[in-house]
Design a protein around this ligand. Structure first.
Ligand code: HEM
Length: 153
């Protein structure tokens, strides 16, 4: 497998780690709201989730600029082509917004907000919104806009 193929493989596999970590962090925040504590364990779960997203962002940026499979294609009429619109705009834009919301939510929980209840709430809100956006912009094989090729998921 070439270098680009390895990057796609990592980007594709890391999705599952990210989804599991996000779900775990969300359940953890929801269950901890009334605990009156913001433990080291909570800090670590929220931090690792965010780090995995930042690693995914870096791999994604490398894929976007190397673009060895030509999926990002701004030639004429790219907006009316489902695949070039998806990879050139929808996937990158929604993922960056999701990662920004999660990063800001975690930073508020860690630094700005007082009170453990507010910290867990900030995580719950921002990680849930992020998860929804991420689920919407993964090229699932069954998604309408990903129907251009088999085996994309
Ligand atoms: C949580 C964030 C992200 C997730 C879960 C995610 C997930 C995925 C998945 C599942 C694929 C299909 C891989 C395959 O063909 O097997 C993909 C492709 C791709 N992603 Fe992402 N992605 C994320 C963020 C990003 C970001 C931020 C960028 C750009 C800056 C990006 C750029 C790309 C590109 C260019 C491809 C197409 C690669 C190719 O087939 O040539 N991704 N992504």
């Amino acid at each position: 497998m070439d270098f680009y193929g390895m990057l796609v493989h990592m980007h594709s596999g890391l999705r599952w780690v990210i989804l599991l970590l996000l779900i775990y962090a969300i359940i953890n925040a929801a269950r901890s709201i009334s605990s009156g504590k913001y433990l080291k364990k909570d800090k670590m779960v929220n931090l690792f989730t965010m780090i995995s997203l930042h690693v995914q962002l870096l791999i994604g940026l490398a894929l976007y600029f190397i673009n060895a499979r030509g999926r990002v294609d701004f030639s004429e009429g790219w907006m009316s082509n489902a695949m070039s619109r998806f990879y050139g705009l929808e996937h990158i834009a929604l993922m960056i917004v999701a990662i920004a919301i999660i990063t800001i939510g975690r930073s508020r929980a860690e630094k700005k907000l007082e009170g453990t209840r507010n910290k867990h709430r900030a995580i719950l809100m921002s990680y849930t919104i992020g998860l929804i956006l991420i689920l919407l912009s993964i090229p699932w094989p069954f998604w309408r806009w990903a129907s251009f090729g088999a085996g994309l998921g």
